[in-house]
Write a protein that binds this ligand. Structure first.
Ligand code: PMP
Length: 407
């Protein structure tokens, strides 16, 4: 990818161009939320300025327009993840909501003899719903651990995958270490014992091409805001036979075919799982981002991020005060400075205009496994709009912090 393409990508994000504490902002908190490009902001503004109306119910022109925009957004998302049909895509608030719905759909199905597999890499959003499901049903929650090099323990997974395993819910990329789990391999193995595969693509959607058919996952979730889109919009993909088994968590307007005083019949997918007025503006903004990304050299942008990550990891490896927990070639790198609390590092970096995340990153089981229960880590997460100059400025800032805390 050419430097001018990288420059124009960066220039598309107005939020990046601002001073923070009198320094130019370096935004290294992309795994929490990415900045939004002007095309997405404009799409949302245009929707609210010119097309705002409720969907499906209006017989008037604006209602029709709003409905069409919402349907188009669903189709755009379906094409992006290679879902066979648009009705396999349910709009949610985000990854958390989708995972909760899927987990609760098993509440009447599992028994004490059943097992659920997750990993120690899970964000709490893909851990707590399964922990609760296990408590509700008496099923056993099996947590796959780490190898000594902080990778997913495939041998343990193979060992724990048994005919009693009903669900395998795994992240495709850890939001703490950037560790990836090959979901195609997971699906092939899990389907042999008849388990349902749930993929948390909240991080992966940004950094890799997602093809739900090739991955053969049964469910997959992601959040719009991490993919440069608006807050409050997310996606739950599911194979239709499974989505149809989910008992709607919310019932009300927009999702019923027939209601009497004593009975109700739901509409088919996707409406049956989208009760109430949907977040049309959010869906429109997300679709605008995806349409824009599809005009770009996405693989080239991903390669640029990996070059930044390599430079950053190499720089961190040079500094004796630094311990890293990231995996090489990952856009997400966690680290600690000896003797300095992660929150102090993050606060000092913010003083220098640099935004990073510090703490347990909603992944406390992983913090336990890494022996970091009481501290957590500092996390840098990169996006294609970040630059090598930013990586270098960050390393210089880190040196200043190391010197400051040594005194
Ligand atoms: N899973 C992973 C791997 C994540 O990184 C996140 C967000 N940090 C989530 C799930 C939850 O996403 P959201 O807060 O948008 O629902």
């Amino acid at each position: 990818v050419h430097q001018d393409e990288l420059n124009s990508f960066r220039a598309a994000f107005p939020g990046l161009d601002q001073p923070i504490n009198d320094e130019p902002l370096i935004y290294f908190d992309n795994a929490a939320t990415a900045q939004s490009p002007q095309v997405a902001i404009d799409a949302v503004t245009n929707y609210y300025s010119n097309n705002k109306a409720n969907v499906h119910r209006g017989v008037h022109t604006l209602g029709t327009r709003s409905t069409e925009l919402y349907d188009q957004a669903r189709q755009t998302v379906a094409d992006f993840i290679h879902a066979p049909t648009a009705t396999d895509v349910i709009f949610t608030k985000g990854s958390t909501e989708g995972l909760n719905w899927v987990a609760q759909s098993f509440a009447q199905q599992l028994t004490e003899t059943d097992e659920i597999i997750v990993s120690v890499f899970e964000h709490h959003a893909n851990f707590l719903p399964w922990q609760r499901l296990a408590q509700q049903t008496g099923a056993k929650l099996v947590v796959i651990g780490l190898t000594p090099s902080n990778a997913f323990d495939w041998a343990a997974f193979e060992d724990k995958l048994v005919p009693q395993t009903k669900i395998v819910a795994l992240t495709m990329m850890s939001n703490v270490t950037g560790t990836t789990i090959d979901m195609r391999r997971v699906s092939a193995m899990a389907h042999q014992v008849g388990a349902v595969v749930v993929a948390d693509a909240a991080q992966a959607i940004v950094h890799m091409t997602i093809d739900v058919v090739a991955l053969d996952v049964d469910y997959l979730v992601f959040s719009g805001h991490k993919l440069y889109g608006p807050m409050g919009i997310g996606v739950l993909y599911g194979k239709p036979a499974l989505l149809n088994q989910i008992e709607p968590a919310l019932i009300g307007g927009g999702m019923v075919a027939l209601v009497t005083n004593t009975t109700a019949e739901w509409l088919p997918l996707p409406e049956r799982l989208e009760a109430g007025t949907p977040n049309v503006g959010g869906a429109v903004g997300l679709a605008a981002v995806i349409t824009w990304l599809q005009t770009l050299d996405q693989v080239g942008l991903q390669q640029h991020v990996l070059r930044l990550a390599q430079a950053l990891l190499a720089g961190l490896a040079h500094r004796v005060a630094v311990t890293t927990y990231g995996v090489s070639g990952s856009p997400i790198i966690s680290f600690n400075l000896a003797g300095v609390h992660p929150h102090d590092v993050a606060t000092a970096l913010d003083q220098l205009g640099i935004a990073v995340r510090a703490g347990h990153h909603c992944a406390q089981p992983l913090m336990h496994a890494l022996g970091l229960t009481n501290t957590g880590t500092v996390r840098v997460s990169l996006a294609p709009y970040n630059t090598l100059a930013e990586v270098h400025r960050f390393l210089v800032a880190l040196d200043e912090i190391i010197v400051y805390f040594r005194r």
